[in-house]
Design a binder for this molecule. Structure first.
Ligand code: 4AD
Ligand code: MG
Length: 437
């Protein structure tokens, strides 16, 4: 403890806002270097970093001895006088009068120029980096903004189970768990339980983990990701799309307002995000998407094929804001999507695709109201109807038109931060080849 033991610690950000005078701060050593007479410590806390200078002749022998031993990531408390200093990394410097090392760190395993896999192995330490801290702050804004948006529109927050015995997004990406001898799955989506929930609350949302046994080793797939989902009674296809667009606009706007510093640290140009808040998202049908791919990208896709990563990337390169693709062929979309009353070959489903190669961020649809059609499509997928009785009941007892969507939070964070890989959009990523730390 510092002298007297009663320090009024302030954050590094607050200390720099104060700008002059005495301050007490605490944090971890971000960088250190010493000469015969001077020691320099760049201290970091959750808010920022600041340079601290220790002059041998001006501090006690104990402090100087500690300075000689101190290594990166040691935790310490510092008292001194802050002043503007152009040459310091954040424009201020603290002349240290007191320093107390709370815990001397061992040599830190992470230094410059280390590979991606090593940093993933040391993830529990790497999250302390300014890079990861900036992403995690933006991620926190994104979660908050999602809640703000839905709450401001009169939604209730509602939760569905993680263990389920049904599939929602196809059997091939289910994780099976041994549940006291019964096979169950980790949920892919809250949707089937949300469709039951709207009969109680009408407008609901959640932010929860979803699981996909994705064998793809792409830069946009996780096996465990955070899913922001909504479901609304009495809401049609266009209404659902408006909510999706409104949500993305609110989230992007919130990050631009609250996280300028973090975007700067990540070298992410805010101008890349502006079109998403300034203009309406373009809406095109699947047929128009195929036409654009052929005309502008020289890619010919037979009708009925799903858009793969390569096609999505080519298509979105034609736009500077998210683009909404609607009315996909029925055969490539989930069993619950409503058949278009004007064309039974397509469904009232839409994917929101992000610019700059970040892929699909929202999948949503109006829900099929016809009980028999749902049964047929489930049977065609080889599903046992008895497992879906709770879901089929939603169409038996006062069925109403309704719609909903799911947004992949890490995909959105990835695009907002301009990340090369989705793994950096979450503190501890889970992929086909990584489940630790
Ligand atoms: O398009 P998906 O599969 O739709 C559903 O799950 C619906 N039941 C949602 C609903 O209507 N309530 O998934 C929705 C979104 C995708 O658009 C994508 O952003 C994200 O979830 N997502 C993934 N994100 C990271 N890693 C994965 N493996 C993902 N799979 C889907
Ligand atoms: Mg989808």
């Amino acid at each position: 403890m510092l002298k007297g033991g009663i320090m009024n610690f302030i954050s590094i950000k607050e200390a720099m806002q104060k700008g002059t005078g005495e301050v007490s701060i605490r944090g971890w050593v971000y960088r250190e270097r010493k000469s015969n007479k001077f020691g320099f410590i760049v201290l970091r806390d959750a808010t920022d970093i600041v340079q601290c200078i220790i002059e041998k002749d001006k501090v006690s022998e104990k402090i100087w001895a500690d300075m000689e031993k101190i290594l990166i990531e040691s935790s310490c408390e510092i008292h001194g006088t802050i002043h503007p200093e152009k040459r310091a990394p954040t424009g201020f410097e603290i002349a240290v009068s007191e320093m107390s090392v709370v815990s001397f760190a061992e040599p830190f395993p992470i230094n410059k120029d280390q590979g991606t896999e090593f940093l993933l192995d040391e993830r529990h330490l790497w999250i302390r980096s300014r890079y990861m801290t900036s992403i995690l702050k933006i991620r926190s804004t994104v979660f908050q903004a999602i809640r703000e948006y839905f709450c401001s529109k009169g939604f209730y927050e509602y939760q569905s189970p993680i263990f389920t015995d049904v599939q929602c997004e196809g059997g091939s990406t289910l994780f099976q768990v041994d549940y006291f001898g019964h096979p169950v799955y980790l949920t892919q989506s809250w949707q089937l339980y949300a469709e039951a929930g709207i009969f109680s609350l009408e407008k609901i949302f959640t932010i929860a983990p979803s699981f996909r046994a994705e064998r793809s080793k792409t830069s946009r797939h996780l096996t465990e990701y955070w899913h922001a989902e909504m479901e609304v009674a009495w809401c049609g296809f266009d209404g659902m799309i408006e909510y999706g667009e409104g949500l993305i606009k609110h989230v992007v706007n919130s990050v631009l307002e609250r996280n300028r510093e973090e975007l700067k640290i990540l070298k992410r140009d805010p101008a890349k995000l502006k079109p998403a808040i300034e203009k309406p998202f373009k809406r095109i049908t699947y047929d128009e998407a195929l036409f654009l791919l052929k005309q502008k990208c020289k890619l010919e896709i037979p009708w009925g094929k799903d858009l793969r990563t390569i096609e999505e990337d080519k298509l979105t390169s034609l736009f500077d804001a998210p683009v909404i693709v609607t009315r996909y062929p029925k055969m490539i979309k989930a069993f619950y999507m409503r058949e278009d009353p004007e064309n039974p070959d397509v469904v009232l489903g839409s994917d929101f695709l992000l610019p700059e190669g970040h892929g699909e961020v929202i999948g949503g649809s109006e829900r099929e109201p016809d009980l028999e059609k749902i049964k047929e499509r489930l049977k065609a997928q080889g599903e046992k109807l008895e497992n879906y009785e709770f879901y089929l009941d939603t169409r038996r007892y006062g069925s109403v038109p309704h719609s909903g969507f799911g947004l992949g939070v890490e995909r959105l964070v990835s695009w907002i931060c301009g990340l090369e890989n989705i793994k950096d959009a979450i503190a501890f990523p889970r992929t086909m080849l990584r489940w630790t730390p």
